[in-house]
Design a protein around this ligand. Structure first.
Ligand code: RUB
Length: 322
């Protein structure tokens, strides 16, 4: 084992979580963040490190495996940073206990933030309103759940969200809450926007200029919603704020396997074609009415103030090889 982290032992649990994130068995920015933090906790608990240096090297190696899974949701590196920030101890046992405490605190804060955000978002919804959703966002569901708990009766047009159909998860979640759900194909969205009071979407990352990076199709929906005069709200905990965009970096858009779009036989039958499968897109701030966070709601253009307050001027990568 190398104290530099190059060959450090990474636990089975971490590899399993990384595979599940890569294959989207674990998906959605908040859920990915919690899973990554918990995997670091499992790494610490399973550690056979003989020295604190070896322990740190293992943890850094584990974080790199998790970091390399999917590039767009900044909640993943933000979660890793949170856990690393609070680690202290002069023995392996104390270090492991400190990782455990840090992971527990992170997951507790994540849950609290989602509940607080839900209360803010719910205040925007009135009894009898109709919502349109895209993909599956637990932050969005939290707003709707709170509104329903406050006695509001809601309807929803739920876009199926090709190619992975995360709309089915949203449909199930909202139907279970008692929302009157209508599932539509993505291309039917514009047809029904006239009947919609709010478009509600989540975010994988939010850039310093207020751009919302979310599931592919969000930007087209937002442009259509603006054209129809339907407010579009993004529900996103502050862990979705992308601190690197403060210093001019752009958000990496994940390209996924073409087999999610078309199977091999069908493609062969069509002939010589290219297939592209971008997982996310960027919605410019002018198409977004509000970003709802656990710290209140913000016009997208002002989110940079909150980002500076929470993340300062830049970030570190504590998992980098020493
Ligand atoms: C999920 C997606 C969700 C955000 C927010 O994409 O785009 O809208 O991650 O989700 P994928 P949450 O299915 O490719 O992971 O509010 O649960 O963090």
């Amino acid at each position: 084992m190398s104290p530099s982290g190059g060959d450090a032992d990474v636990s089975e649990a971490v590899h399993r979580t990384a595979e599940d994130i890569g294959s989207m068995e674990i998906r959605g920015a908040a859920t990915i963040a919690a899973a990554a933090a918990e995997a670091l906790g499992e790494q610490a608990a399973a550690s056979n490190a003989g020295t604190p240096e070896e322990f740190h090297a293992e943890l850094r190696a584990a974080a790199r495996v998790l970091y390399d899974t999917r590039p767009t949701a900044v909640s993943l590196p933000n979660a890793l940073r949170y856990v690393f920030r609070d680690i202290e101890g002069d023995t392996v046992e104390r270090l492991a206990a400190s990782v455990h405490a840090s992971v527990s605190e992170f997951c507790r804060r994540l849950e609290t933030a989602q509940n607080d955000l839900g209360r803010v978002g719910a205040n925007r919804l009135r009894d009898g309103d109709t919502i349109m959703t895209h993909c599956h966002s637990t932050d969005v569901v939290s707003c709707i759940e709170t509104a329903v708990a406050h006695g509001k009766s809601l309807s929803a047009y739920v876009k199926e969200t090709r190619p992975r159909n995360q709309g089915h998860i949203t449909a199930e979640a909202l139907a279970a809450l008692g929302v009157d759900v209508t599932l539509i194909v993505d291309s039917a969205a514009r047809r029904y926007l006239n009947e919609v009071d709010h478009v509600l979407v989540g975010a994988d990352s939010i850039a310093a200029d207020g751009s919302v990076i979310n599931k592919i199709g969000t930007s087209g929906l937002a442009v259509n919603a603006r054209d129809r005069g339907t407010p579009i709200v993004c529900a996103a905990q502050t862990i979705k704020l992308h601190p690197d965009t403060l210093t001019g970096h752009t958000v990496d858009i994940e390209m996924r396997d073409e087999r999610e779009v078309i199977d091999e036989a069908a493609e062969r039958e069509i002939g010589d074609i290219d297939v592209l499968n971008p997982a996310f897109d960027v919605t410019p701030p002018r198409y977004v009415d509000a970003i709802v966070t656990e710290r209140g709601q913000f016009p997208p253009e002002s989110i940079v103030t909150l980002m500076r307050e929470l993340f300062g001027e830049g970030t570190t990568e504590p998992w980098a090889e020493a």
